[in-house]
Design a protein around this ligand. Structure first.
Ligand code: FES
Length: 107
């Protein structure tokens, strides 16, 4: 089980507790703003782009794969060193307490 905090572009935090899925799928399920998940987690759209909170940047491993890297290059919002496709972050004990910041838009 993990509690994940999604902070939207207006700095409004929303906490969600989940046991399965991905950081993207939980956000879509909960109707949270800033994450679309257009391809359903197939790593083909970048509409699940999030910014890892700096405290988590080194704790979410491994680093983005080459394919994740390519997807993020096509993201609508500016990419940073903490950018990750949230569909590639599985929910579980390892991400309990995770904080992600969502982009202002994905379209
Ligand atoms: S949901 Fe499409 S790349 Fe993550």
């Amino acid at each position: 089980m993990a509690t994940i905090t999604y902070v939207d572009a207006a700095a409004h935090p929303r906490k969600v507790t989940a046991t399965t899925g991905s950081v993207m799928s939980i956000a879509v399920q909960e109707g949270l703003p800033g994450i679309v998940g257009e391809c359903g987690g197939q790593l083909a759209c970048a509409s699940c782009h999030v910014y890892l909170d700096p405290a988590w940047a080194d704790r979410i491993g491994p680093p983005a794969s080459e394919l994740e890297d390519e997807m993020l290059d096509g993201a609508v919002c500016e990419r940073t060193a903490n950018s990750r496709p949230s569909c590639q972050i599985p929910v579980g004990d390892a991400v309990d307490g995770l904080i992600v910041h969502t982009a202002a838009t994905q379209v």
